[in-house]
Design a protein around this ligand. Structure first.
Ligand code: NOJ
Ligand code: CA
Length: 653
């Protein structure tokens, strides 16, 4: 018998299909009972998701939810290994079993629907596919009826959806049954003996999925458009994949690659993309030294840019972000987003002089487009703006979508709505056309699209260090690896050394700022503080200069959601190893077995750690740097202070 089995089929409207993972341990079962669709998920004999409803409600037609019959089903096994251009893992295996069930309504209008299921060893996924058909050319989806019937008592970690600061909230621990208001995905849960995370993959041309309790089950709540509908589409159409990542331990989720695997390989050659580290005319604005808007303390002047370029060259950092270079920041920039001109500089910023100077010094400028969510204004200039940058040799853009909603076609829409999703995708594709790599702030969530579009280098999409100065607790960076980071890399803007600045105090020790380069993945990693601060600490800065921005392999070592996270990563193409660790408000000792090192070889371990008396509240600058020789089989004992962390570079001797 093959891996899949159709257990029984009593006529067209009653059928059960079991789709098993390659190792046989995970099963997603599709049930058609008197024409109604449900599914459930098991690991071994344990039910992870009880029987959960499937279906789509439409504006202009009856819902596609019952009266269905099976026409045929088709199963296949798939196993490939692919190479990423960058990321947390260079070589990725994509191995699953798939069953597509072709359904048709048994009575008129006999509409067609395909349900496609995939089972991986580390999770299951499904999507709705609506083929082209005589009775329907277009479809307006009023509601997606998908349910995820998780145990209501399971603990979960979530951020609220539909809020003014989009994805930028602190994680809250609640039971699943307390999730009565919509929350974003990835939604990670401890279901007793297993961790699961509900998310989606390949989000194109559809509203993003949020989740909320509806009776006894979590239900998909697709971000609506301003007309209340979830999506207007032409057929054929497929929804994004609904995904259920599964791990025995919360650390297992960290290396789950299902989201990427559910996206297609790129259609073009993207070997031109290049991960990078970059400093910025940036934190100086946050500590109040400079301003985005022109004036006496304007940050983005030709002179400042040249000074920072010199510093990048001295410090060995390849990129320099310049914010506030363009016309439109005067007054309340959050209100005046339509005034932004993306091809016009302020009078004190000479784009040609700056980019020529950068080129001569081996530094690349990272451009900046703050749209403030005024999409109509931005899209009318987008192609010219990309050309303008390309003509000046700029290959990186950090974009921004500040504001609680977006203005699209003259209406206010959620970032995560279908129209928002379509805009972000147009930006990625146009950027690819002009050879531009993107770091998107206030983005939509990651759904693995960077596998198909590797120029989508990174995104913000969570509270980052810009919230320091009061709104970030040490536990935040211990939540991210198990929640937000399951959806892809994040520009957390690490590397603040001026942690005690009274204008923007950072609630971490200084050693922990190095840890972030290992614990929080980003293929464009910011070196967020000002150069004069780094030049005062060459001993610590050495780590930032050396740390890679893409990894061959990632091995999570230790940690619990909200408490701590310790991870080892090997440099791209199998080089040196790096280890990073962070803890919440509680100080912790960790013991690291370096059994991932190549056996029989000496490595020089350079350890950057908190001093024994360091503390994120009153002794942030206490650190120690220690060097020792280690070999496979050795152990390292490291202390992380409250709100602290550590970073280690392990270099072959
Ligand atoms: C919010 C972004 O996250 C931040 O990095 C940027 O500096 C401001 N918007 C201004 O664009
Ligand atoms: Ca932001």
């Amino acid at each position: 018998m093959s891996f899949f089995s159709k257990l029984f089929k009593r006529g067209k409207t009653d059928a059960v299909y079991e789709i098993k993972s390659p190792n046989g341990r995970l099963t997603i079962t599709f049930v058609l009972e008197r024409g109604e669709m449900t599914y459930f998920v098991k690991k071994d004999d344990k039910l992870l998701l009880r029987q959960s409803r499937l279906g789509l409600a439409l504006r202009d037609n009856e819902p596609i939810v019952d009266g269905l019959g099976v026409v045929r089903a088709y199963s296949k096994s798939f196993d490939e290994t692919w190479k990423a251009y960058w990321g947390e893992q260079h070589i990725i295996r994509n191995n699953y079993n798939e069953t597509a069930i072709y359904l048709e309504e048994v009575s008129e209008p006999n509409r067609l629907l395909t349900m496609r299921f995939r089972a991986y060893d580390d999770g299951v996924a499904f999507r709705y596919e609506i083929p082209a058909q005589p009775e329907m050319k277009t479809m307006t989806i009023a509601d997606e009826l998908t349910e995820f019937a998780v145990d209501g008592n399971a603990r979960s970690w979530s951020i609220p959806a539909y809020q003014p600061d989009r994805y930028e909230y602190n994680y809250e621990e609640k039971t699943v049954q307390q999730l009565t208001d919509s929350v974003h995905t990835p939604l990670t849960m401890d279901v007793g003996g297993n961790y699961i995370s509900l998310h989606e993959a390949a989000l194109y041309n559809y509203g993003a999925m949020t989740l909320k309790m509806n009776g006894p089950a979590l239900k998909a709540d697709i971000t609506p458009l301003s007309d209340g509908m979830r999506a207007h589409v032409e057929l054929p159409f497929s929804t994004p994949w609904r995904t259920i990542m599964v791990g025995h331990d919360n650390l297992d989720l960290v290396t789950n690659r299902m989201t990427l695997n559910l996206n297609d390989a790129p259609k073009d050659d993207f070997s031109w993309v290049e991960p990078t580290k970059f400093m910025g005319i940036w934190w100086a604005m946050y500590v109040g030294e400079w301003t985005w808007a022109p004036g006496e303390r304007h940050g983005a002047t030709t002179e400042h840019a040249m000074q920072y370029i010199d510093a990048c060259e001295r410090l060995g950092i390849k990129g320099l972000l310049v914010e506030g270079w363009n016309d439109g920041w005067e007054g309340d920039w959050l209100e005046n987003g339509e005034r932004n001109k993306f091809t016009k500089t302020t009078s004190d910023f000479d784009m040609k002089a700056v980019t020529d100077y950068a080129r001569a010094h081996g530094v690349e400028i990272v451009g900046h487009h703050e749209t403030v969510g005024f999409i109509d204004n931005y899209e009318s200039q987008m192609e010219d703006a990309y050309k303008f940058y390309r003509d000046h040799g700029i290959r990186y853009i950090k974009s921004g979508y500040a504001g609680s909603k977006m203005t699209i076609n003259g209406r206010r829409e959620f970032h995560h709505s279908q129209l928002g999703v379509l805009h972000y995708q147009r930006a990625v594709e146009l950027a690819a056309k002009y050879g531009i790599m993107l770091d998107v702030h206030e983005p939509i969530k990651g759904t693995g699209i960077e596998r198909s579009w590797p120029n989508l280098m990174t995104r913000e999409g969570a509270r980052g260090q810009e919230y320091e100065g009061g709104a970030l607790a040490p536990s935040h960076a211990c939540n991210l690896p198990y929640t937000r980071l399951l959806s892809g890399g994040m520009d957390y803007t690490p590397g603040i050394f001026d942690v005690t600045n009274f204008a923007k105090r950072v609630a971490t020790t200084i050693a922990r700022q190095l840890a972030y380069y290992v614990t929080i993945y980003s293929s464009m990693q910011m070196v967020a503080d000002r150069p004069q601060v780094y030049e005062k600490s060459p001993d610590l800065f050495e780590f930032i200069r050396n740390v890679p921005v893409r990894w061959e392999r990632t091995i999570p070592l230790f940690g619990k959601v909200g408490e701590s996270f310790v991870v080892a990563r090997q440099a791209w193409d199998g080089g040196d190893w790096y280890v990073g660790g962070v803890t919440n408000e509680v100080g912790r000792d960790v013991e690291i077995y370096v059994d991932f090192l190549e056996p029989g070889i000496n490595y020089v371990a350079k350890i950057y750690r908190d001093s024994d008396d360091a503390h994120y509240r009153d002794h942030q600058l206490g650190y120690e740097i220690e060097e020792k020789i280690v070999r496979n089989g050795d152990r390292l004992n490291i202390y992380m202070a409250p709100g602290g962390g550590f970073a280690i570079r392990l270099k072959k001797q």
